[in-house]
Design a protein around this ligand. Structure first.
Ligand SMILES: Cc1ncc(COP(=O)(O)O)c(C=O)c1O
Length: 529
């Protein structure tokens, strides 16, 4: 590769982006003799050809000092501020009798008072009766849906629920699964009415409808109209046969008093049957917890139900899978193998939730959890305000060059936005804007099919307590510099210029063309076959 095409001299943070795109390049076929390896290689080649091959390399936002993190899950900045580490070490020293080791599954002598205490604290904190700790939010969702629904129950889910909920629902014992249009109360009412009318067992109160929603949807950052859904369910099924399961992965730490989540913010603790909290987002750690409003039996049931795992019939029951994962949680108390898990459960949630923790997010500026929460919401407001007050905003919006779907509900509703904002542009430009922001030092996340539906790509921007107004202003300036550039390109009468790409995209595509790479919005005119 000649010097002119060295990605480190062309764009920055370069190596990681170059590696990410470069890894899509089909490999020289090695033609392994075994069908096993051949089939795996073929499957990877298919992904590479559609540019959906994910490879692991260093984080873009950590790769260069000058890059700004608008992408990580460290929303309250507990991780980057160092507070998590400090509190973890304090916690570990308080429980120094715990030694690393493999204690066995929780069902088989691997249960400890520490885990139970933590669960009780967290349940109390969220106003729930019981809490069950698992190794991740993903596993908590799978555990809920594989163990709670009974044969003949119906599951009604929002079309945009997370993959882990789908995974659990697919394996559940429920007799029927239906979906309603995303956040659409009318559609929810229509389908729920139809479910009730067509199910004599539900009408008689012998079976239930379980509704799956998320308080904040991860790919758009929009908030569930939970109160309205609960009210509609009560009106249509006053007998209580409709129950809600709310995934609070993205609202934990962000919404409600002390970051207790949307259910607590709305005072719906007794109306929602199960709430799932993940510690892998705002609390910057790992672990999942599910909380039940009333029924202790639900907790016990989920540990004891004998829903045979489909393939192995009786031998590998999901609750054993679940408890196998709980086994991981024993590391929470001993800490050294998965130290941040202690943080997640004991410190990150319970203590910060009880506002005893003063976090220092920005240098010497001491922020409490409340302030960190408020800072995130303030930055989002500041970003949206900066966007709509920019002189190019109206024209950019009208011409479809820029859209921020959450803006329509923003003013007047304190819960209309979260820490996640998505930016849309014309589909073919998504990567151009992404490259532009990245080369200016702003790391956002390009979301594409298969994460979202085909033709719905967008840039996901995640705000953190540790971000500053200056950084947000800088990103807005960068966005509009790109808009200006695109307006000039689109408005040009010069045919040669009309087909040109933005400068940042041109840099990346020049390197890609030299490497024989395609995709990522690269126009056919630049492809070098
Ligand atoms: C809505 C939602 N639920 C559950 C999960 C899984 O949580 P965890 O990362 O703790 O496994 C995620 C993760 O991205 C999520 O976005």
């Amino acid at each position: 590769m000649g010097e002119a095409y060295d990605p480190t001299t062309i764009f920055s943070p370069s190596r990681e982006l170059a590696a990410r795109i470069g890894n899509q390049k089909p490999r020289q076929k090695t033609i392994p003799s075994s069908s096993f390896y051949r089939n795996l290689e073929d499957a990877l080649e298919v992904k590479k050809k559609s540019h959906t091959f994910y490879s692991i390399q260093q984080n873009l936002w950590q790769a260069a000092e000058s890059t700004v993190d608008f992408i990580s899950n460290d929303i309250l900045s507990f991780g980057t501020s160092g507070i998590l580490k400090t509190e973890y070490l304090k916690e570990l020293s308080r429980y120094d009798q715990h030694n690393p080791g493999a204690p066995g599954s929780r069902l088989a002598e691997g249960n400890y008072a520490y885990i139970e205490e933590t669960e009780q604290h967290i349940a109390k904190f969220h106003g729930a009766e019981t809490a069950l700790l698992l190794a991740s939010g993903f596993e908590a969702n799978v555990a809920i849906w594989t163990s709670i629904p009974r044969p003949g129950d119906v599951i009604l889910y929002d079309t945009l629920v997370h993959a882990s909920t789908h995974e659990g629902i697919d394996q559940s014992l429920a007799g029927e699964r239906e979906s309603f249009a995303h956040n659409d109360i009318e559609d929810f009412r229509r389908i729920l009415t139809w479910i009730i009318e067509s199910n004599p067992l539900i009408q008689r109160g012998a079976r239930s409808v379980l509704v799956a929603v998320e308080s904040v949807y991860s790919m758009d950052g929009d908030v569930c109209p939970l109160q309205e859904l609960v009210d509609a369910a009560k009106e249509l099924a006053p007998s209580g046969c409709v129950q809600f399961v709310v995934d609070e992965a993205h609202s934990n730490g962000i919404y409600g008093p002390q970051g207790k989540g949307l259910v607590c913010a709305l005072g719906l603790e007794k109306e929602v049957a199960i709430v799932m909290h993940s510690y892998g987002k705002a609390l910057s750690s790992r672990g999942g917890m599910y909380l039940t409003a009333y029924i202790r039996a639900m907790y016990t049931h989920s540990q004891n139900s004998c829903h045979p795992w489909k393939r192995d019939n009786q031998i590998y029951a999901p609750e054993l899978r679940t408890n196998h994962h709980i086994h991981d949680c024993t590391f929470i108390r001993i800490g050294s193998t998965y130290p941040n898990r202690i943080q997640a459960v004991r410190v990150g949630s319970w203590k910060t939730g009880n506002h005893s923790l003063h976090i220092n997010v920005q240098g010497d500026r001491s922020l409490t959890l409340y302030k960190a929460q408020a800072q995130v919401h303030d930055l989002v407001d500041f970003f949206l305000q900066s966007i709509i007050s920019h002189p190019l905003w109206e024209c950019a919006e009208q011409t479809g060059l820029l859209a921020i779907p959450l803006l329509k509900d923003w003013e007047g509703s304190p819960t209309a936005t979260s820490h996640i904002i998505t930016i849309r542009t014309r589909q073919q430009y998504t990567y151009w804007l992404y490259f532009h922001l990245l080369l200016d030092g702003y790391c956002v996340f390009p979301v594409e099919h298969p994460v979202v539906a085909k033709g719905e790509s967008r840039l996901k921007v995640t705000f953190h307590a540790g971000n500053t107004e200056e950084q947000v202003s800088g990103m807005v300036t960068s966005i509009f510099a790109w808009i200006q550039e695109m307006m000039e390109i689109e408005g040009s009468q010069d045919h040669a210029q009309r087909i040109s790409v933005s400068q940042a995209a041109h840099k990346v595509y020049t390197w890609m063309a030299h490497e024989g790479l395609t995709g990522f919005g690269m126009p056919a005119s630049m492809v070098r076959y």
